[in-house]
Design a binder for this molecule. Structure first.
Ligand code: GRF
Length: 187
């Protein structure tokens, strides 16, 4: 069950997927890691000997051209699942058309609350006592796809965006691994 992972950041979710893959009975295999920028998380892929590719928006004439190039780069690895693991760009119609229903995303809030790029900060600013993370199926909207799994995290009085995000990531990683394992086992 080949999986392509897309990242923009430190790749902690990618690292969790790779670590879980070392278990003998793991039903999926990460076959390539792509990014929209020179993300530090690509290091996890290189350390695992996986092919990597950076497809920056700025290198393309417009968003449609970038989307098409990204879809092509992903398709080259023939994945059965595409995982957005801290990929901070909206995917476009080319990728959705090629892999619709087979793209999942992880978001650091309990959707449909606090969608968008600042899920942790927005939850903190709103003053919710419980937040968490969601793994969703990607559709054309911003964090609007079908919810596949969620986990709750309590907000503490002294929390900053960084401390809260760290505790969210600690539950987000096993949750994402679990969803990918489940989808692979069901295929
Ligand atoms: C994750 O919390 C993800 O949900 C959010 O950004 C974070 C990325 O972390 N969108 P990492 O790059 O996997 O460490």
């Amino acid at each position: 069950f080949p999986v392509v992972v897309l990242i923009s950041g430190t790749g902690s979710n990618l690292a969790a997927l790779l670590a879980a893959e070392r278990a003998e009975d793991c039903p999926y295999a990460v076959v390539a890691v792509l990014a929209d920028r020179d993300a530090s998380g690509l290091e996890h892929a290189r350390a695992a000997g996986l092919p990597t590719e950076v497809v920056p928006l700025a290198d393309h004439a417009d968003r449609a051209a970038w989307d098409a190039a990204l879809a092509e780069a992903v398709a080259a690895h023939r994945p059965q699942l595409v995982v957005l693991a801290g990929f901070m760009k909206l995917v476009g119609p080319a990728l959705l058309e090629a892999f619709g229903g087979r793209i999942v995303n992880t978001h650091p809030a309990l959707l449909p609350s606090f969608p968008g790029a600042h899920g942790v900060r927005d939850a903190l600013a709103h003053g919710v006592r419980i937040t968490g993370c969601s793994v969703i199926e990607v559709d054309a909207g911003v964090d609007t796809g079908r919810i596949l799994a969620q986990a709750a995290v309590e907000v503490r009085e002294e929390d900053t965006e960084a401390t809260l995000h760290a505790r969210i990531k600690a539950v987000e990683q096993p949750l994402l691994v679990d969803v990918v394992r489940r989808l692979a086992a069901a295929s």
